[in-house]
Design a protein. Structure first.
Length: 728
């Protein structure tokens, strides 16, 4: 009986094997129910035990296992087929979700969205075009060929208040088309800086959107853009909007804002949100002036705190000037790849709309297409330099060229900035070099993001300690080489005598505050004239107390964006000349207090401190600007000082060398001057002061007489100078 049962069971195994094959390949004609009925009949005939039916390897168990294997095989086959034709897009990835700090698709695979943001208002585009002008069948297909899988767009507060149904319909039609094209859509609310002011409008906006696109996996919601609020207000706003959306749809990703133009995701406390499921935090970056260690640290701190980040807006350029920065862009793309951050590049279009500034008409800007040259095919010949770069990054699955070198910001706890080394160094030289010599006393990797690209080492030669900073590539200086709140890049190198700048690039530097401050033994700076200062906004204290420095060459410097030069050359007691200073464009200069204070040797022997072409119309204070300056001749003849309120000790000196002060065409608003004490104390009696008119001459003469000084004051013009006599 046992032998017969065993033979029958062997026959059953063959049947089961055949059934599994049929199920796996989808053959019809048998169902699980009919299979079970057949098995039960056979069991009765074979007198098989209940354990054979329901045991671990029983017939029912094996039948269910065969069914599960078939379903899993079908699912895997569907996934493979979908992935072959659309792995970047929504039809394959489906409903996205947050897993830890990663964005993952419906299969649990890590996923990175890469696409573009449209500007904050469609009205900023040229010719009053709408969304569908830029996003239509042809253009979306072009973008998809690159690999683009997400578009960020939305309406502003003003657009919503106007309740423009035509614009809203165009927005919805564009979103519908993007959904049809298997793209993801990040719908943003372009709010004001104070998000608490328009919370009711935001609720209505997202309520309408959520109802219209309920449970559609393509949709992601960004509930605010760059608020000026602190976390407590951001938290309350976010909780309100999260509840509004979650009451309608449960699974779509929601992105909340943070502080300081969305650069501080690390301040977010997810546990304080009403719903933490599928919540991400925005991050914004304009690399040319924003890629600083502090902001990268903010990203890393957030990631370590399990805060998922979405880079909803970033640009390859700067918020303060035109121009594409490939090295710093490469570095940021590496950061996004490292942490699997999804992103939207700013902006999709051909209009010269620059973040942080009003619209302009320059060639290079934040758009991916050249100004007024949009074509739905998006051919390379119409793309900007930035557009070509972003296209290549998307096409190559975000691989970037890492052949670049950026130097880290100053950190006194590491490298040659440590006290033990900084106080020994007598010279610094930047140069193109690959290998560190064997006799190096010590060396450090001082690369920013891309390690192994910039090294520093010290060589000892007798009593001299020479620091070399080297790379096989051009060394980009950090964006901040100093700050009013921190320490300058070369500040307090007490024994430093010489710096040689070769193989360096400074075009991204925005802050030179205290850059060479307190280098009291510094005698020579080679290569300073090659600095690209076109992005610099702050030069305060830059050479302060460089007491042994004899000359500074600024020939070719572009200081048109610099707002403060406070104390810039103050305390440079041995400085005899500043080459190129007479050609500076100072249109944005606001603060020049103490600028030339205690420059005892500056043009003291001959020549002239010629600043006549400077624009100082935005300056309100010139306190001690030329105090103790040794120049024999100072020419500020064309200055517009109509906004200056403070000229306290402007030309103060104890042993004046001044012979001629040219203020010929100076505009001075005497009525608004609040502080003019000690304007000319100790000026010698033979000095000549030339002013524009009798009113100013009278004001100047009165300041002299306060200290019983008898310098000569003239008004009029070079062809007809009239000496002012207060008795007349």
């Amino acid at each position: 009986h046992f032998r017969k049962s065993k033979e029958k069971m062997k026959g059953m195994d063959l049947i089961m094997k055949k059934l599994k094959e049929e199920l796996k390949y989808g053959k019809k004609g048998i169902t699980l129910i009919s299979l079970v009925v057949t098995i039960i009949v056979l069991i009765i005939l074979a007198s098989v035990t209940i354990n054979v039916l329901f045991g671990e390897n029983g017939l029912i168990t094996m039948a269910q296992k065969a069914k599960n294997e078939y379903e899993e095989a079908a699912k895997n086959e569907e996934q493979v087929l979908a992935g072959m034709f659309g792995k970047n897009f929504a039809d394959y990835n489906g409903q996205l979700r947050v897993a830890g700090t990663d964005l993952v698709n419906q299969y649990g695979e890590k996923f990175q969205l890469k696409g573009f943001s449209m500007p904050s208002s469609i009205s900023t585009y040229s010719n009053n075009v709408n969304f569908s002008y830029y996003l239509n069948n042809e253009s979306i297909d072009s973008l998809k060929q690159w690999g683009t899988n997400i578009i960020r767009l939305g309406l502003t507060i003003n657009e919503l208040k106007l309740n423009n149904e035509e614009l809203k319909e165009d927005l919805y039609n564009t979103i519908d088309l993007l959904i049809e094209k298997d793209m993801y859509i990040l719908i943003v609310f372009w709010n004001s800086e104070d998000i608490t002011e328009n919370i009711s409008l935001a609720k209505l906006y997202f309520e309408e959107l959520a109802n219209r696109y309920k449970d559609i996996p393509n949709i992601i919601y960004e509930i605010a853009n760059e608020p000026a609020n602190e976390w407590d207000e951001i938290k309350d706003y976010s909780n309100t909007l999260i509840s509004t959306i979650r009451n309608i749809t449960q699974n779509n990703i929601i992105i909340i804002p943070n502080r300081d133009a969305d650069t501080n995701p690390n301040i977010v406390v997810l546990e304080e949100l009403s719903d933490q499921k599928n919540i991400m935090v925005s991050f914004h970056m304009y690399v040319a002036n924003g890629l600083r260690e502090e902001r990268i640290t903010n990203i890393e701190t957030a990631i370590q705190s399990n805060i998922p980040i979405f880079v909803t807006e970033w640009g390859t350029n700067s918020t303060v000037k035109d121009g594409f920065s490939e090295e710093f862009t490469n570095a940021f793309v590496e950061i996004m790849n490292k942490y699997n951050l999804s992103w939207c590049n700013y902006h999709l279009g051909d209009y010269n709309f620059r973040v942080g500034y009003e619209t302009g008409l320059k060639d290079n800007y934040l758009g991916i297409v050249k100004h007024h040259e949009w074509n739905n095919s998006l051919d390379d010949n119409i793309l900007t330099e930035s557009g070509k770069y972003i296209k290549s990054v998307i096409q190559s699955n975000s691989n970037v060229n890492n052949n670049y070198a950026i130097m880290i910001e100053r950190d006194d706890s590491i490298a040659f900035w440590q006290d033990d080394y900084r106080n020994l160094i007598t010279s610094i030289e930047f140069k193109k070099e690959k290998d560190i010599p064997e006799n190096a006393l010590i060396y450090w990797d001082i690369s920013f993001i891309n390690t192994g690209k910039v090294y520093a080492y010290i060589l000892q030669e007798n009593e001299e300690y020479k620091l070399y900073i080297i790379s096989d590539y051009t060394i980009n200086f950090p964006i901040t080489c100093g700050s009013v709140y921190s320490i300058g890049l070369f500040q307090d190198f007490s024994n430093l005598k010489e710096i040689i700048f070769n193989n360096v690039k400074t075009s991204n530097v925005i802050d030179c505050y205290k850059m060479f401050y307190n280098c009291s033994n510094l005698e020579k700076i080679v290569g300073l004239e090659n600095f690209d200062t076109s992005s610099v906004q702050w030069m305060g204290d830059m050479f302060l107390n460089c007491t042994n420095l004899t000359s500074i060459n600024t020939t070719g410097w572009d200081v048109s964006r610099v707002s403060t030069m406070i104390n810039m050359f103050a305390g440079c007691e041995s400085l005899t000349n500043i080459a190129g200073i007479e050609n500076w464009n100072t249109d944005n200069l606001q603060n020049m207090n103490f600028m030339f204070q205690q420059t005892y040797s500056l043009y003291a022997d001959n020549g002239e401190l010629d600043l006549r072409n400077w624009n100082v119309e935005n300056v309100e204070s010139m306190q001690l600007t030329f105090a103790w300056c040794g120049a024999k001749n100072i020419n500020i003849s064309n200055w517009n000082m109509s906004n200056v309120k403070n000229i306290f000790r402007m030309f103060r000196t104890t042993d004046s060398n001044l012979e001629n002060l040219y203020m010929n065409n100076v505009t001075l608003n005497i009525d608004i001057i609040e502080n003019y004490e000690e304007l000319f104390p100790h000026i010698k009696d033979t000095a000549n002061i030339y002013v524009a008119n009798e009113e100013i001459a009278k004001f100047i003469k009165a300041r002299l007489e306060e200290y019983s000084l008898t310098a000569n004051v003239y008004y009029g013009s070079e062809s007809n100078w009239i000496e002012f006599n207060s008795e007349n």
